[in-house]
Design a protein around this ligand. Sequence first.
Ligand code: NAP
Length: 457
Amino acid sequence: MVPVIDPAAGEPFAEVHMAGADECTAAVDAAAGAADAWAATSPRFRADILRRAYEAMTDQHEPLARLITRENGKALPDARAEVTYAAEFFRWFAEEAVRIQGEFRTAPAGDKRIIVTQHPVGPSLLVTPWNFPAAMATRKWAPALAAGCTTILKPASETPLTALAIAEILVAAGLPPGVVNVVPASPAGPRVSGMLHDTRIKNLSFTGSTEVGVALLHEAADQVVRTSMELGGNAPFVVLEDADIDDAVQGALVAKLRNGGAACTAANRFYVHAAVAMEFTEKLTFAMNGLRLGPGLHDGVDIGALVSVAERDKVAALVDKASSSGARITTGGKIPDGAGAFYPPTVLADLDPTNDLLANEIFGPVAPIVTFESVDDAVRLANDTPYGLISYVYGQAFQDAFAVADRIESGMVAINRGTVSDPAAPFGGMKESGIGREGGFAGIHEFLESKYIAASI
Ligand code: NAP
């Protein structure tokens, strides 16, 4: 058994059994054993189960949100928003399950018909991180189940309880045995590796750091296992000269502080035109300074704890290093006294564009600001990273903001808003931020493969 820590108190509040190698093999046995029967169910049958799961998650919204806050530390409003977002994947893919399309056409030469059918790829291994313990699970479960794949989900060791609770919802919604299996497993490396090298696993869907994603891509290559990868980010937030600064500050708060900054989509580098940099910095500082830091379950708290003291210390070390290399702290920047993995909302101004902080995914409530003079410089700086998950652009002339969005190398761009996430839209990154898309029309295709039948008819 391994303790689950409440990061706001710094104390364990539950224990979870960690699966050993034999239990991981048993999970693969179950997923492989149920695969054919599940693939043969009708799309409507699968859709109805997903719809019931959506309704059950909605009914259990508050207890699920509280559970997320307890094991992850995020403030309750963030956890509530996560439950809503997570449940929506069940609803969206309930609707997609019955709309899987094929093709039927005449070949250009006229010698045959081209028929393309879609098939579930097979038992799928799903590996999820701690920062969105509900949404990262449902973003994989929902399309996998809609497509007709059985699953084994390995949640992050810090946050196993939310995935276990949602698995119970899926079972209660009518899933047959063996279709959903959850294996909290530590150490993760050998357990995931063992399952990935089992020839019965046909697909790996991973969300987590680029470092682990790269290692898993190498492993998946051994047996040419299909993969989709949602990896790290380093999102630029570009404020053009004509931006409405009050709007940009509101958007910055959303883009920066969702989940206390521990989000792959978190704005990580603020590039602000020199003409408006002082106003933006002052207003962002004022707004960040007014937020309430504290235990996520307490009323009125805006920013909860980070997931662990180790994560908090990483954030603090990044800020200390940036400040010793010239960044000016305008608010925050100091670990508060007392227990819990807390770090205050922090603004760093006057960063040199080469400051090392800008190359790191901060994963905390820290906003570093760099000024730019020309739009070309802003685009060059925004693209100066191996990552390419999401970017934010603020500017009142839509064509100028759109031109920047068009030139930025990222899988998603938000114009004049602080969020993009929507189960109905394709989520995913370019460059080292990933391969594949979740949600939208694309998400279900990560769990389907096509078969082309050439027919002389
Ligand atoms: P992580 O360390 O890569 O862990 C993610 C998952 O992989 C966890 O379940 C972890 O298990 C497991 N894992 C760790 N080492 C492994 C290995 N050697 N082999 C197989 N599995 C392994 O990431 P994290 O710290 O939990 O999450 C933060 C990262 O996720 C950030 O980089 C963030 O940007 C990224 N993220 C990306 C997206 C996206 O959609 N692009 C969304 C959310 C988060 P243990 O917990 O047991 O170590």
